[in-house]
Design a protein around this ligand. Structure first.
Ligand SMILES: Cc1cc2nc3c(=O)[nH]c(=O)nc-3n(C[C@H](O)[C@H](O)[C@H](O)COP(=O)(O)O)c2cc1C
Length: 186
């Protein structure tokens, strides 16, 4: 089978999407994040890559905290709204109807409608290119009681590849889309 160069990101989908809250009670914000993963079990740590230009980057740097809220598939519309709009221009809680609720340890609110919440304290950041990788300790994690007890199996938000965010901007490292034969006789 011949192979073609492609957009590398597209083939990492489907990807779980999260609604990361940042800011505080006075100025809360929500950002849709796919680039998020656990990086240590003991201590519990996570990393989220967020665009340098995002309003959320500014807020996370100010407060040194954020919450990873886990949405279910029925919140897909809200996930995409938060992914296509900036908190610089709109109040995403107001526009999506999502409900901010006080977190257990942080000034950053959680999102009531999400199924699980990871309260995170920023430890350090790493410049990764167009994004900043925020490395954080998970201070607390909790979820809807019926889900924790195994009485409900949530259908998590996977979403499709967000073309509007990544489509068109990507430049393949080879800068061309050549078809390559497996024999290497291109
Ligand atoms: C499904 C989806 C996933 C996204 N994942 C990320 C991500 O992992 N990192 C990122 O920086 N932006 C991601 N975005 C784009 C941001 O959510 C978007 O730039 C947002 O408008 C930034 O909001 P802010 O300016 O309020 O921080 C994603 C968007 C969508 C729709």
């Amino acid at each position: 089978m011949s192979k073609m160069d492609t957009e590398y990101l597209e083939y990492l989908w489907p990807m779980r999407h999260y609604l990361v809250t940042c800011g505080d009670e006075q100025q809360p914000n929500i950002i849709a994040v796919g680039f998020c993963m656990p990086i240590s079990r003991e201590p519990p740590m996570v990393a989220c890559a967020i665009g340098k230009q995002a309003h959320s980057t500014q807020l996370i740097r100010q407060t040194e905290e954020f919450v990873i809220n886990v949405p279910t598939q029925d919140l897909e519309r809200q996930v995409y709204y938060c992914g296509y709009h900036s908190g610089r221009d709109v109040d995403k809680f107001e526009q999506t109807g999502l409900t901010p609720k006080p977190a257990r340890h942080l000034a950053t609110p959680i999102i009531e409608e999400c199924v699980a919440h990871l309260e995170c304290r920023l430890e350090r950041e790493v410049d990764t290119g167009d994004k900043v990788l925020f490395i954080a300790t998970v201070l607390d994690a909790y979820a809807d009681a019926d889900v924790v007890r195994g009485e409900r199996k949530p259908e998590y938000a996977l979403g499709s590849f967000p073309e509007k965010v990544y489509g068109g901007r990507f430049q393949h490292p080879n800068n061309e889309n050549k078809e390559r034969s497996t024999e290497g006789d291109e």
